[in-house]
Design a binder for this molecule. Structure first.
Ligand code: NAD
Ligand code: A1AUG
Length: 423
């Protein structure tokens, strides 16, 4: 209850978003990570009559630095605890805008009997924390979730200190995205409209997986727009304590200014931009950005290629006859590779698109929105600049936090150094 409430009030999530994140996903992480750790132990190397081979999944030497983003309380809790479960100690730096909810997790763990010294909760300035941990010879890994520029800064710092480490630090980072909904002319219009409204606008688009670009065919665009406009009319923006609210303020003044700048750019009409829905930005009583839909005509527009991280979706309407041509450009349209969705009732196209786009995403959705991965069901992570794709919530994540030790014990020792061929 306290965890959900602090996520609502501190990070601006409505009731449902706070619950699926803070309580539910965190509980899933704890339970599934434990099961996956036990499954790892099932592996036994092959032994022979005279050798017994074993493998120990020991923790790493040194400490893990867990650096958390603001937008998911569960991620804040998972970043330090997943390594701890595998036998490591973690220094946990919460985001400056999510300290309270993360601290409540820390308190819960203490209450549950977590031994002292395993996790150190260290709210601190990001660059100061980054400088201190990367300067330590005992850094064994960084478990980071946040933006691309911050991850690059940490990676550079590690490179600068490379001669000082006891062991090569592992760098695990999950970063941003420019996630897409690609709509085929055969798509189910209601599914596109509902899925896009949820993915692009809920939690004010502040999910790394949020849909922020859509490619829609000219033939059904008017119907999609009609449906999405009707949804837009019903959506309530406001205080999260009001149960009927769908989205609330963005996280802080910096996010507000960044989003307003993108919307103001769109309002100039540059890149053929047209603000079709929303577009109002109001910081009188909180950092409120209306759910916004922009159309552009320039496929290279920054509105269609840069991560904005807010409730803004940019749409490129294409000629139906160019569907394959447009699909081919989506693949390399941005440097990211996080999530993407294809909506098509034509199965042949659906699977072709899946194959064309395979390197453009880490999590792909077919006829479903690009958000809402569930631990144990859709292990999550992206490639390219979206991260190192280590798939939190999946069975292989735990392996990243171990330094496996292989032991060979022989019962018949070697006594002759010569090979038979040398006789
Ligand atoms: N791929 C994923 O799984 C995933 C999940 C959640 C969020 N994200 C991404 O996170 C971003 C939003 O989160 P944010 O605004 O909290 O990101 P951010 O990069 O601003 O901050 C992330 C963390 O890094 C810390 N930090 C800042 N500078 C640092 C430095 N020099 N050294 C060490 N730590 C430093 C911050 O204090 C914070 O704790 C978006 O880009 C979003 O897409 C990705
Ligand atoms: N796991 C979440 C995204 C986490 C990033 O912010 C989803 O799939 O929507």
């Amino acid at each position: 209850m306290k965890l959900n409430a602090s996520t609502m009030l501190g990070q601006g999530k409505n009731i449902i978003q706070a619950e699926i994140d803070a309580a539910c996903e965190l509980i899933d992480f704890f339970r599934f990570n434990a099961v996956f750790a036990m499954e790892l132990e099932h592996y036994e190397p092959i032994s022979t009559k005279i050798t017994k081979n074993t493998m120990q999944f020991r923790g790493m030497e040194g400490f893990v630095a867990a650096i958390a983003p603001f937008n998911f309380t569960a991620i804040g809790g998972n970043l330090p605890t997943a390594p701890a479960l595998m036998g490591n100690v973690s220094l946990w730096k919460p985001s400056n805008t999510a300290v309270l909810s993360n601290y409540i997790i820390y308190e819960l763990l203490e209450e549950a009997g977590m031994p002292p010294g395993i996790l150190s909760f260290l709210p601190s300035d990001g660059p100061v924390f980054g400088d201190v941990i990367t300067a330590s010879p005992h850094l064994s890994a960084v478990n980071f979730t946040g933006s691309v520029p911050t991850f690059k800064t940490i990676w550079r710092k590690v490179a600068e200190n490379l001669d000082n480490y006891v062991t090569f630090p592992k760098l695990i980072g999950e970063c941003g995205g420019k996630n897409f909904h690609f709509v085929h002319p055969s798509a189910h219009v209601d599914a596109v409209a509902a899925g896009t409204a949820r993915s692009a606008w809920e939690y004010s688009g502040q999910k790394c997986s949020a849909c922020s670009r859509m490619y829609a065919p000219k033939s059904i665009w008017p119907k999609i727009l009609e449906k999405i406009s009707a949804i837009h009319k019903e959506i309530k923006l406001g205080d999260v304590r009001d149960g009927s609210v769908f989205l609330s303020a963005v996280i802080d003044d910096k996010a507000f200014a960044r989003l307003k700048a993108y919307i103001d750019f769109a309002k100039t009409g540059a890149d053929g931009a047209n603000v079709v829905l929303g577009g109002k930005c109001d910081d009188k009583t909180g950092y409120f950005i209306e759910p916004t839909l922009i159309t552009v005509t320039d496929p290279k527009s920054k509105l269609l290629t840069e991560e904005m991280f807010g409730p803004v979706v940019t749409v490129l309407v294409y000629e139906d006859s160019k569907v394959d041509e447009v699909l081919a450009t989506v693949k390399d349209a941005t440097p990211y590779g996080l999530t993407g969705a294809v909506f098509s009732q034509d199965k042949e196209f659906l699977y072709r698109a899946r194959d064309v786009l395979r390197d453009a995403v880490g999590n792909m959705y077919l006829n479903d929105k690009s958000t809402g991965s569930i631990v144990g069901q859709q292990p999550f992570g992206g490639s390219r600049l979206s991260g190192t794709n280590d798939k939190a919530g999946g069975p292989h994540y735990g392996l990243r936090w171990t330094s496996p030790l292989t032991i060979k014990e022989t019962s018949v020792s070697l006594t002759d150094w010569k090979y038979p061929s040398m006789e």
